[in-house]
Design a protein around this ligand. Structure first.
Ligand code: ZN
Length: 64
């Protein structure tokens, strides 16, 4: 859906980094490098970004 505001494991605010991450990875950059640049060091936050799929635009089609 939407990236969580904070990492659910450690509580670090991460939502503001998502757009940047999406943009850089979309350009074909290595996700590892992008995560390093954004300062996401813990593997809990990193897995959140690596496994997230943005479904908000898809599910918005079914709103009433
Ligand atoms: Zn975390």
């Amino acid at each position: 859906m939407i990236i969580p505001i904070r990492c659910m494991t450690c509580g670090k605010p991460v939502a503001h980094l998502w757009e940047k991450y999406k943009e850089e990875v979309g350009k074909g950059k290595n996700p590892k490098k992008v995560l390093d640049e954004l300062g996401l060091k813990r593997y809990c936050c990193r897995s959140l970004f690596l496994t997230h799929i943005d479904l908000i635009d898809y599910s918005a089609k079914f709103r009433k």
